[in-house]
Design a protein around this ligand. Structure first.
Ligand SMILES: Nc1ncnc2c1ncn2[C@@H]1O[C@H](COP(=O)(O)OP(=O)(O)OP(=O)(O)O)[C@@H](O)[C@H]1O
Ligand SMILES: Cc1cn([C@H]2C[C@H](O)[C@@H](COP(=O)(O)O)O2)c(=O)[nH]c1=O
Length: 213
């Protein structure tokens, strides 16, 4: 489903742990605002009061706190609240929405790496959020080693419930994002996340050039 909007665009930033999404979400928001756009920066899980409460349930506690299916349902419930309360109203008001993670994180983490299955994740998204999709999804890609080093340095060795999963899980997440981009090149673009922050922001802007003209 295409979300109703006056003139705004819905952009999601995706990728594995530590690739620089949150850093680039802030930088890209500034760059788009400097072009005169009214941008709402939001994130998942979270982005509305209800979804932020669910974020705590998802990211805190023991690794086995939820079954894979329960985890997928919680992400879908948080997303449904976020889409209804935050994303849709902003797009209807003609704003741009930049979202740090969205559906493709559930497809990669729960659907593929967590083995719930892509079709099941898409079904939950249809039920919860009417299948709403971004206009463009930019996936930051970094070698598994460099991403793990960045995340480790940032977290000081104390990752959250999902970030702390093993290297095999995170490699499966990264491969899933590559596969999604191959299967849906019109929406999903892979972006090289290596090098300095400014260079990465320029690559992201280049991947939005058709939407900015
Ligand atoms: N281009 C870059 N070069 C070097 N370090 C970077 C770069 N971009 C971000 N970092 C650093 O890497 C760490 C991870 O960045 P950030 O938190 O933005 O990643 P993320 O993709 O949002 O991670 P997560 O999904 O795990 O929250 C931070 O300490 C950040 O300062
Ligand atoms: C939206 C979404 C997120 N996750 C995971 C990915 C990360 O480990 C955390 C979010 O932490 P961040 O520092 O805000 O990136 O949650 C997931 O497994 N499934 C999802 O749908």
């Amino acid at each position: 489903m295409t979300l109703r909007r006056a003139q705004g665009c819905f952009i999601s930033l995706e990728g594995g742990e530590g690739v620089g999404k949150s850093t680039q979400a802030g930088r890209l928001t500034d760059a788009l605002r400097a072009r005169g756009l009214d941008v709402l920066l939001t994130r998942e899980p979270g982005g509305s009061p209800g979804a932020e409460a669910i974020r705590q349930l998802l990211l805190e506690g023991a690794g086995d706190r939820w079954t894979p299916g329960a985890e997928a349902l919680l992400f879908a419930a948080a997303r449904a609240d976020h889409v209804t309360k935050t994303i849709e109203p902003a797009l209807e008001a003609g704003r741009w929405v930049l979202c740090d993670r969205f559906l493709d994180s559930s497809r990669a983490y729960q659907g593929v790496a967590g083995e719930v299955g892509d079709a099941a994740i898409q079904n939950l998204h249809q039920i919860g959020s009417d299948g709403a999709l971004p206009d463009r999804t930019l996936v930051l890609m970094l070698s598994d080693e460099d991403a793990a080093a960045r995340a480790h340095a940032r977290d000081e060795g104390c990752p959250d419930r999902i970030g702390g999963r093993d290297a095999k899980f995170h490699a499966a997440v990264a491969q899933a994002f590559r596969d999604f981009a191959r299967d849906d090149p019109a929406r999903i673009r892979l972006i090289d996340a290596s090098g300095d922050e400014e260079a990465v922001t320029e690559r992201l802007l280049a991947a939005l050039s058709d939407l900015l003209s």
